[in-house]
Design a protein around this ligand. Structure first.
Ligand SMILES: CC(C)(COP(=O)(O)OP(=O)(O)OC[C@H]1O[C@@H](n2cnc3c(N)ncnc32)[C@H](O)[C@@H]1OP(=O)(O)O)[C@@H](O)C(=O)NCCC(=O)NCCS
Length: 174
């Protein structure tokens, strides 16, 4: 990671900093408004918690901002903990910037960096089967489904858990 960032053709993959609050709030709120939000980690969306999330991202070196180089805007995150043998890959791109290949470009760059810098040879990931953009991204990155799972991250308006079918994926990255 040169100058604390990975540069790709269109992106900078870098640690979060204190100036990212506005962009982070925008993509977290956008993510939680997505049709797929009930099938993923639940993030709070109020102003106070935006500061807390940014503080958490800044303090934990598993989390990377995805910055669009041309306009210097943070459009999402990629994450993976390199302190474990097999990191779990996560990703989010603001819907205004999806369908441009940015998630693929960011994930590929992070995986390559983890391989070179930390000797990581395998990644895992999980997603809801109905989350087509996420499933397509994982398959494009070379992940293969190895297990079906039933999961729940959120509750419906009556307080009952929203249970969904998901899959666990793995990618041997040689
Ligand atoms: C999952 C998610 C990150 C995918 O984001 P994305 O930026 O649209 O994904 P990709 O980078 O794969 O790009 C998608 C499309 O851009 C297209 N594209 C357009 N221009 C491109 C370019 N210059 N280079 C590459 N691809 C390009 C590709 O064709 C691709 O479509 P395809 O897969 O049908 O071929 C996004 O939908 C998201 O953030 N969702 C909400 C959060 C979420 O669900 N996270 C996962 C939880 S498990």
């Amino acid at each position: 990671m040169e100058n604390n960032q990975i540069s790709t053709q269109r992106l900078k993959i870098r640690r979060f900093n204190g100036a990212d609050l506005t962009d982070l709030a925008a993509f977290i709120r956008d993510k939680m408004a997505s049709e797929y939000a009930p099938y993923d980690t639940q993030w709070p969306t109020d102003d106070m918690n935006m500061k807390n999330i940014l503080g958490y991202f800044m303090s934990d070196d598993a989390w990377y901002a995805v910055e669009l180089s041309e306009i210097g805007k943070v459009i999402g995150f990629v994450c993976a903990n390199h302190n474990v043998e097999v990191p779990n890959l996560g990703f989010t791109i603001h819907s205004d910037y999806q369908n441009n290949g940015y998630a693929y470009e960011a994930c590929l760059a992070l995986m390559q960096y983890y391989k070179n810098a930390f000797g990581i040879k395998k990644f895992v990931a999980g997603t809801a089967d109905c989350n087509e953009p996420s499933v397509k991204l994982l398959l494009k990155l070379g992940f293969k489904k190895y297990r079906s799972v039933e999961e729940s991250f959120a509750k419906d308006k009556d307080g009952n858990p929203i249970i969904f079918k998901g899959s666990a994926y793995e990618c041997n990255y040689e």
